[in-house]
Design a binder for this molecule. Structure first.
Ligand SMILES: Cc1cc2nc3c(=O)[nH]c(=O)nc-3n(C[C@H](O)[C@H](O)[C@H](O)COP(=O)(O)O)c2cc1C
Length: 382
């Protein structure tokens, strides 16, 4: 199998098959089936919300590459009159810098430095993208999910339900038939904002926001993921946040860290270190049931996908790894999405296939019906 993997790595570096997961199943007896928001996807690798899911062209490149899912850029909720309480998040900024960042433990990683925030174009344009997302999802081409930032009050204030109702209603209408998936973003810029200074306020949001969004959707079926932030408190508070968000269907753990001095969000090894540490302690503390988990942060190899899986995550959402300079990918042709998938799946040392075969040799993962299953790694007993 190791020879076969080396050969696949070489030839797929020139052209990645769109049905890579089917090939992996056939060639290696590895079933990469994963889940996002409880929905089955062919493998665990998807794209997190951000600047790489702003338009139809980007979605087409990802579909053609065979990405498992894409979360659209976060739109800022508005009411029927177009008022947005979180309007400060609709910042226009095009310049992104892909930079190296050294982590506290000395490891060199990558981060994207960017001063922008949420969707900065008219809501109508976002709804056009959601129509496409509904079509792509229903046709089985690629699960594509809208992301929203809704009003978040101070403790003595009520939620602005008009924003919740209007935005959710328009999204559901644009989405069309079938359950509407939504990711609700609690962003790093929010973590860095005075609004998020108080723990009690954040915990109230996490307890109450799922119910607000569900009642805003009315009878329309809804699947809700909360993308939790890395708050400016300790690991214990991250665990409290996870527990408070029990009414969501899934939790995306956790958005980027906040650099107080530079006033920017960042990633790299510090981010995966913290996220994995917290997820592992949730598991060690006996977290049972509750919302499904999705990992995000510094996923740059199949090994990191496996680290998140073994910490309980049924899929992973990447951003930075789709933005590296072309010379950083071992593939010599294809879109960045294809080159990233090629490295994550097929790298003979650090790839997902190689990592799962290694876990089998180590006696951690066992074949069932002749197959190694990715989702077995996320299961409780793993
Ligand atoms: C430039 C940039 C913009 C982003 N914008 C959003 C956003 O609008 N909403 C959101 O939920 N996450 C956003 N993210 C977070 C990513 O989706 C992802 O969760 C995070 O960057 C960690 O993954 P990574 O280390 O692979 O980049 C953004 C990230 C970057 C780098």
């Amino acid at each position: 199998m190791s020879d076969r993997l080396t050969r696949d790595f070489e030839r797929f570096g020139r052209a990645l098959p769109r049905e890579a997961a089917a090939h992996i199943r056939e060639a290696y007896g590895i079933d990469l089936t994963a889940r996002y928001l409880g929905l089955p996807i062919p493998h665990p690798i998807g794209k997190g919300s951000g600047q790489l899911s702003l338009n139809a062209d980007q979605l087409e490149v990802d579909r053609a590459a065979g990405l498992a899912f894409v979360v659209l850029k976060t739109v800022i909720a508005e009411d029927a009159a177009g008022e947005r309480s979180m309007g400060a998040w609709a910042v226009h900024e095009t310049r992104m810098r892909v930079e190296r960042r050294r982590a506290a433990d000395g490891r060199e990683g990558w981060t994207v430095t960017w001063k922008g925030r949420g969707w900065d174009r008219p809501f109508e344009d976002y709804l056009a993208l959601v129509r496409l997302a509904g079509d792509l999802t229903r046709s089985g081409a690629m699960l594509t999910v809208p992301s929203v930032k809704y009003h978040l009050p101070r403790l003595d204030e009520p939620f602005r339900d008009q924003e919740y109702r209007h935005t959710t209603g328009r999204l559901a209408e644009a989405w069309g038939r079938g359950p509407l998936p939504i990711e609700k973003d609690f962003s790093p810029t929010l973590a860095g904002d005075a609004l998020a200074d108080e723990q009690g306020r954040i915990l109230r949001w996490l307890r109450e926001v799922p119910g607000r969004i569900r009642s805003a959707a009315g009878p329309a079926p809804l699947r809700l993921a909360l993308k939790l932030m890395n708050a400016r408190f300790d690991d214990g508070f991250q665990l409290e946040m996870m527990a408070a968000a029990a009414e969501a269907d899934a939790l995306v753990c956790f958005n980027r860290l906040w650099d107080e001095a530079a006033r920017v969000a960042y990633g790299g090894w510090d981010l995966s270190e913290r996220n994995l540490r917290v997820l592992r302690s949730a598991r060690a503390a006996g977290r049972r049931g509750g919302p499904a988990l999705v990992g995000t942060g510094n996923v740059r190899s199949g090994r990191l996908v496996l680290d998140y899986a073994r910490a309980g995550c049924e899929s992973v959402a990447l951003h930075t790894f789709f933005q590296l300079p072309l010379g950083e990918y071992p593939a010599t042709a294809g879109s960045r999405t294809e080159r990233a998938l090629h490295a994550l799946l097929f790298h003979p040392v650090d790839g997902l296939v190689s990592g799962m075969l290694e876990l089998e040799r180590a006696g951690v993962l066992h074949r069932k019906g002749g197959e190694l299953r990715f989702l077995d790694l996320c299961a409780e007993e793993a």
